[in-house]
Design a protein around this ligand. Structure first.
Ligand code: PAF
Length: 284
């Protein structure tokens, strides 16, 4: 595996590759990322290439403290990339990616209205900008994104469609602990008590999915089930949002009838904000 830090050296690798699969990350890699890299490896096949980018993108942070405190674990990350089949790791500095006077931006105006977009203004525009740059630099034929960030995946698909980008986007299943808790680098910031009860998010979503399978399509009632489950915890959690949305437009739904629906939530356990989602009636 080769570590590349300068964009120029990356570009010097040659013309667009037939099968080059990019896994964009911000580092602090865990088993969830490992599964994205393994999926990229299987898409690339033995002859293709797998590139993992590690870049903590400043334009997607709405809070300066989060950017400053973002964990940096490059040595461990490189090991994880190597052992899961990456051929290259692209780990540029901020000035490699953003000129000091960069002045072009990307604005997504529809899919960002709800869910995380509602409480994190500008976040997804920053994600779109950096992904566009990473797609251009790597000249990847394919890219893999996790379904845990369902809204991000939907927005990246829209970016590719609306700007006619030559890249195929693949969604990878959320990796969960046995308890159901979705893997996230934020889990390590939970207090022991919060860590113990954080699987309640998945349990709540799963209960709603089961009731939906039995015929409950009213989204207010479905959300009430999850709220009820979370209100039974021995401490209070703050629900940032909990919605059932259309799987493609991400518009909020009153009923799931005739729709492909996603139930998505962000919940604060103390100061740690955890997100998760489940598809209610289709293979998301
Ligand atoms: O999901 C992430 O880690 C980031 O949003 C991404 C896609 C690497 C862009 O910075």
């Amino acid at each position: 595996m080769i570590l590349i830090k300068e964009t120029e050296n990356f570009l010097a690798l040659g013309p667009p590759r037939e099968k080059c699969v990019l896994v964009p990350t911000m580092g602090a890699l865990h088993a969830g990322h490992a599964s994205l890299i393994r999926k990229a490896r299987s898409i690339a096949g033995p002859q293709g290439e797998v590139v993992v980018s590690i870049f903590v993108n400043p334009t997607q942070f709405d809070r300066k403290e989060d950017l400053e405190h973002y964990p940096k674990t490059l040595t461990e990350d490189l090991e994880l990339c190597e052992s899961n089949g990456a051929d290259y790791v692209f780990a540029p500095t901020t000035s490699e990616i953003y000129s000091h006077d960069h002045s072009i931006s990307i604005a997504e105006k529809s899919l960002t209205k709800n869910l995380c977009g509602a409480t994190r203004p500008g976040h997804f525009d920053g994600v779109c900008l950096v992904c566009m740059k990473l797609f251009q630099i790597s000249r990847a034929s394919d890219a893999v994104f996790g379904k845990k960030d369902y809204q991000q995946l939907a927005i990246i698909r829209r970016l590719v469609r609306d700007l006619n980008l030559h890249i195929r986007i693949h969604g990878a299943e959320t990796v969960r602990e046995d308890s159901g808790l979705a893997l996230s680098s934020r889990n390590q910031n939970l207090s022991p008590a919060h860590r113990l009860y954080a699987p309640a998010i998945f349990q709540g979503l799963n209960m709603a999915r089961q009731e939906h399978a039995y015929g409950l399509t009213d989204t207010t009632l479905l959300c009430a089930l999850v709220r009820q489950h979370l209100s039974n915890l021995p401490f209070e959690v703050k629900i940032d949002y909990l919605d059932v949305v259309d799987a493609v437009s991400l518009e909020k739904l009153d009923s799931t009838e005739g729709k492909q629906a996603i139930m998505a939530t962000a919940v604060f356990f103390g100061s740690v904000r955890l997100i998760d989602n489940l598809s209610l009636n289709f293979q998301g």
